[in-house]
Design a protein around this ligand. Structure first.
Ligand SMILES: [Fe+2]
Length: 145
């Protein structure tokens, strides 16, 4: 089962989403500036959204009778994303988050192909990518792009 394409895709997404959710939480907690209220709320919303989606990926792995990655150290190694740290301006939080969302979306495009033989997993990935792309559009708009 090690080379199962659904397991590979879902575990990688759990890792990307877990690190990105924690980075969103970092932004929710630390953002400052004239748009504090909006930024604080936006980052809080995407933290919750990413956490909820992560659960879908993990539960799909269990439905396939396998086990999801869950140790933080494993997830960090798998995701290969930078953990955000202070100092970081609100604008750079938005820029970094957009770059991470675009990375996740590109991975999902790949995984939608590699999971073509498992329509349920593919459907979960495509549904989640719709949300990722919508948030990426919002971040671009916040940045005036
Ligand atoms: Fe909060």
């Amino acid at each position: 089962m090690k080379n199962n394409p659904s397991l590979t895709a879902l575990n990688h997404l759990i890792a990307l989403y877990t690190v990105t959710a924690q980075n969103a939480r970092f932004c929710h907690w630390n953002v400052v500036g004239p748009h504090f209220e909006d930024d604080h709320e936006f980052f809080g919303d995407i933290y919750s959204e990413l956490s909820d989606e992560t659960d879908l990926f993990a539960e799909r792995i269990r439905a396939l009778r396998m086990n999801p990655l869950s140790a933080i150290s494993d997830l960090l190694g798998e995701a290969q994303l930078i953990e955000y740290a202070l100092p970081m301006t609100a604008r750079n939080m938005q820029k970094n988050m957009l770059a991470d969302y675009e990375k996740i979306s590109a991975k999902m495009t790949q995984f939608a192909e590699t999971t073509a033989n498992d329509a349920v997993t593919q459907d979960i990935i495509v549904g989640s990518q719709r949300q990722i792309d919508k948030r990426a559009w919002m971040l671009r708009s916040m940045l005036g792009e």
